[in-house]
Write a protein that binds this ligand. Structure first.
Ligand code: XIL
Length: 386
């Protein structure tokens, strides 16, 4: 791979499309900017979350990515807004765009408590009724997209945010709503227990096998570097194994903060998943420049010192992702993709999450679509090892 990169750097003009002039006043020294997907060609696809209205805005940067995730168009409230009435009008144009431009599509997501239309729970359904709604939804969506997606996040965020050790030990680690005040998250579990999760996976598997589709089945969540939540995940996977629930990989959302990231725990999480023979994808990567979610200060621009720390974090994250992309043990899973949750800092969901109106700069390209320090360390294959 090193050889390949050198080749790209030296002779890349035919392959590399973007050019930029560094902000050092010297217009004579042009820096050639490689495409992310080319740098990572020997590792895994590099993706970005996208909405249709951003396709033209990011025309300059989208060649960097060979995978896309629909930021909300494939979620339940959009694809089946009324029971049994599927609507793919928001989502189809993006999938077409991806196909025409040689990009894969990550399917995100079939069952997520935050994107349920009202009808799913509003009539206080029995367990049987709720599971049949879930199965119908899973089947309808999968049969629409067929093999236009290469992976489905079958269930998103089913685990508690911060389970205590006692909760992990007693098996009380599924999202119930009591910690998040989110009634819908709690209701799915209150009505069905873990069966709502397992039914979704089993149904997705059934439909895939029946139709010979090729996509993979993933569970997707955040906070999995937190040891208790990682333990909860592993226990859930044990339960899946006992119950014959099929799963092929785990998505680590990877919405990180400068002040609360531990590279060793990140590696521990990846290792513990791949050792079970499951793949890992980093599915929603961004690095907030605020040290933690409720940090009280709002910056007008990204301070240089934070820019550096952010860049180094990106470098370390990608070093670990590369390290686990080529397993030595055949029985192990591997890292099979990294997706950014957005394209450039001019538009990021973090401008309004978790603090409304707090500008953030979490991505690899700045507001003017120029590569940031974070970009350069993301592609620095040498510095951060393999
Ligand atoms: C977010 C989108 O970015 C927002 O635009 C939307 O309003 C809410 O959903 N975890 C996930 C993603 O799995 O689907 C979420 O995306 C971000 C958190």
């Amino acid at each position: 791979m090193k050889k390949n990169l050198n080749f790209l750097m030296m002779f890349g003009l035919c392959l590399l499309t973007a050019c930029s002039t560094p902000n050092n006043g010297s217009s004579s020294s042009e820096v050639t900017v490689p495409l992310l997907k080319d740098v990572y060609a020997n590792y895994f696809p590099i993706g970005a979350a996208l909405t249709e209205n951003k396709i033209s805005l990011y025309e300059d940067l989208l060649p960097n990515f060979n995978s896309i995730t629909q930021e909300y168009e494939a979620k339940w409230s959009i694809t089946e807004p009324l029971e049994g009435q599927f609507d793919f009008s928001s989502s189809d144009p993006m999938v077409e765009y991806a196909k025409e431009n040689g990009k894969g599509v990550r399917g995100h997501t079939l069952v997520w408590y935050k994107s349920l239309p009202r009808y799913v729970l509003s009539d206080n359904p029995s367990k049987e009724k709720l599971i049949s709604r879930i199965e119908n939804h899973v089947e309808g969506v999968i049969n629409h997209f067929k093999d236009d997606v290469y992976v489905w996040d079958v269930v998103n965020e089913a685990l508690r945010d911060y389970p205590s050790l006692a909760q992990v030990e007693s098996g009380d680690f599924y999202r119930t709503g009591d910690e998040t005040n989110d009634a819908t998250g709690g209701d799915l579990f209150a009505i069905c227990g873990i069966d709502y999760i397992e039914s979704a996976f089993k149904e997705a598997y059934r439909v895939r096998q029946e139709n010979n589709y090729n996509f993979k089945l993933f569970y997707n969540d955040y906070g999995l570097n937190y040891p208790n939540k990682r333990e909860a995940l592993l226990k859930m996977l044990d339960q899946f194994a006992l119950d014959g629930t099929p799963i092929e990989g785990v998505g680590l959302q990877a919405h990180y903060y400068l002040g609360s990231f531990n590279i060793d725990e990140f590696e521990n999480t990846i290792r513990s998943i791949v050792e079970r023979g499951l793949d890992v994808q980093i599915t929603e990567l961004d690095v907030s420049i605020y040290p933690y979610s409720t940090y009280p200060i709002t910056y007008d621009e990204i301070p240089e010192s934070l820019s550096k720390i952010q860049a180094s974090m990106y470098g370390q994250i990608m070093g670990i992702a590369r390290k686990y992309s080529h397993p030595e043990n055949d029985a192990y899973g591997k890292v099979t993709g990294v997706t950014m949750w957005g394209v450039a800092d001019d538009i990021t969901w973090l401008d309004n999450n978790p603090v409304s109106g707090r500008k953030n700069w979490p991505l690899l390209f700045d507001e003017f679509h120029e590569p940031k320090q974070a970009f350069w360390s993301f592609i620095d294959l040498d510095k951060y090892g393999e």
